[in-house]
Design a protein around this ligand. Structure first.
Ligand code: T46
Length: 138
């Protein structure tokens, strides 16, 4: 399935802790205009259930484990975010669902734009229509 990339970041490990990073032009291709994070995620909770028409994102889980289920209307893939050094770079256009697999998990997101509700498709039937008829006209 196209539209996403899992990257292991560079990291600098020391006795005092480990530092990971990613940069525009290397691991990601877009400017980050917004950062948000979801924390205190209960075990087994599900969020997401939407697609973005234009927003690009980079997601990572600095603590815990979050499974990201991606759908493009034909195929499905599950990405396991269970390590601070693993980032998921998401292009626009994929349906996504998030499942917390550890109590207290944290999900961090760097996004290419500010919050715009009209960029969301929150109904799966509408998503399938959009994928099949409108996606490539944007
Ligand atoms: C995504 C996943 C990982 C805002 O007012 N500003 C914001 O920047 C965001 C992200 C959300 N909100 C409001 C909109 C809703 O009333 O916060 C509420 C919860 O948002 P939502 O239901 O979209 O939460 P998730 O966890 O389903 O999705 C969020 C992001 O919206 C989405 O872009 O990829 O986190």
């Amino acid at each position: 399935m196209k539209g996403f990339n899992v990257v292991i970041t560079p990291k600098i490990a020391a006795h005092e802790g480990t530092l990971s990073f990613f940069e525009k032009g290397k691991e990601i291709a877009f400017d980050i205009k917004r950062i948000y994070y979801i924390y205190d995620l209960p075990l087994g909770c599900r969020r997401g259930f939407h697609a973005h028409k234009e927003l690009q994102q980079v997601l990572f889980c600095p603590w815990g484990r979050v499974d990201v289920i991606l759908k493009d209307g034909k195929e499905q893939e599950t990405i396991i975010l269970d390590s601070p050094e693993k980032i998921l770079v998401l292009e626009a256009g994929l349906w996504r669902e998030f499942l917390s697999q550890k109590e207290g998990s944290i999900l961090c997101v760097g996004a290419s734009d500010i919050y715009k509700e009209d960029d969301y498709i929150r109904d799966y039937t509408q998503y399938i229509q959009w994928v099949n008829h409108e996606k490539n006209t944007i």
